[in-house]
Unconditional design. Sequence first.
Length: 157
Amino acid sequence: MSEETLAQQEDNVSKDYLTVMIAGQRFGIPVLQIQDILREQKMTYIPLASKEIAGSLNLRGRIVTAIDVRKRLGLPDKEDGEPSMSVVVEYKDELFSLIIDSVGDVLCFKDEYYESNPGTLDPLWRDISTGIYQMENELLIIMDVSRLLEDIGEQTL
């Protein structure tokens, strides 16, 4: 293959993200990291757990730690009665349920449109983000699941 053909293939590389809404902001989670998507689930309270840990749930015989992403990102709690959903991901051989407001579409973006985090992005959000994609009317913040869970993962393992 010629260098020009390789360069053209690299320009066409794209990534798929599941979009999720959290407090009115759209985030993208790489599709390959997602194990499952769940409606609101009954959870078991975990005494003395950090504020981000909403509890645990049983998913087909496996114990899953539920993380309230709003609390993790320093956002206000949802209003009582507002439904939520969960995106199940695996981190260090453990399952985690990321509690989010809602699930959107799977979107495919070409790497050429990827941008690093802007300096104006909230520092807490910047810590859990690998970068952004500029959509027509909003930013899609790409969530780095391992950075989101790294401190929490140490507490639960």
